[in-house]
Design a protein around this ligand. Structure first.
Ligand code: FMN
Length: 238
């Protein structure tokens, strides 16, 4: 999927008042993905979310569709370190996950910055900056010209980056990028992800997450695995 939807949403107060109560009726952990345009925005969001009935905060430092927004912080060691440090000061009661962009030369640098500034985990990857052109009109399909590429096409890139980050940091990794079934999830875990996340797969089939869990269980049965944590990072490199 190539998307350019930006980050429009009704805001954190609305979310807490109207969406969160329903989410809390479900038997799952709630991790809030948050994004702003300035460091002050992020800090303010973390202050508010610190008091919310949620299980963690994931900071999106990596959306390719927001001009001069998150991407500006998310692509350098200093930018990621600064924002993580400031948010960590106010987000005292929840785990802080830093979501990394793949649109960098070396993703281990930004992962290290998050770890150095006290992040509890990193998540990767966000979408890859991409473009598609209508050859008849000669115009890009997206009004924004470029957008973020997600889904199975990006999985090998994501797996490579998860593996590289797992070699560079000691905090847990939440892996994502093209997962649509249990086998894909297992691949990320072997590369070093302690947990996985699914985005575009939900657009193909809203039951993708449920089926992925079943697929992981089938893999465990087939390979006589009692505890799935045992496979994390267990890729055997050639
Ligand atoms: C329609 C769409 C909207 C997204 N919105 C967000 C967002 O608000 N915050 C964020 O951190 N990532 C966002 N992403 C990125 C995904 O969470 C994920 O990191 C990326 O798409 C790779 O995983 P996937 O292939 O499973 O989608 C979005 C992706 C898609 C396709």
């Amino acid at each position: 999927m190539l998307n350019s939807i930006g980050l429009q949403n009704p805001g954190v107060e609305y979310f807490m008042e109207y969406d969160l109560p329903w989410l809390r009726t479900q038997d799952v952990a709630v991790i809030v993905n948050a994004c702003g345009s300035t460091i002050e925005d992020y800090v303010e969001l973390c202050k508010i979310l610190n008091k919310a009935d949620i299980d963690g905060v994931e900071l999106n430092l990596s959306c390719p569709n927001v001009c001069a927004g998150c991407m500006a912080f998310g692509t350098t060691y200093d930018g990621v370190k600064e924002i993580t440090k400031e948010c960590k000061k106010v987000l005292t009661s929840k785990p802080l996950i830093i979501k990394l962009t793949p649109n960098v030369t070396d993703i281990t640098l930004t992962a290290k910055a998050a770890e150095d500034a006290g992040a509890d985990a990193v998540s990767l990857i966000n979408t890859l900056l991409a473009m598609s052109i209508n050859i008849n009109t000669r115009k890009p399909y997206l009004a924004n010209n470029t957008g973020g590429l997600s889904g199975p096409a990006i999985r090998p890139v994501a797996v490579r980056m998860v593996y590289q980050v797992s070699q560079a940091v000691n905090i847990p990794i939440l892996g994502m990028g093209g997962i649509i079934n249990g086998d894909d999830a297992v691949e990320f875990m072997l590369a070093g992800a302690s947990a996985v996340s699914i985005g575009a797969g939900n657009f193909i089939d809203p039951y993708t997450s449920v089926n992925t869990v079943k697929g992981i269980e089938e893999y465990m049965k087939k390979h006589n695995i009692e505890n799935i944590n045992g496979i994390v990072g267990k890729v055997e490199m050639n």
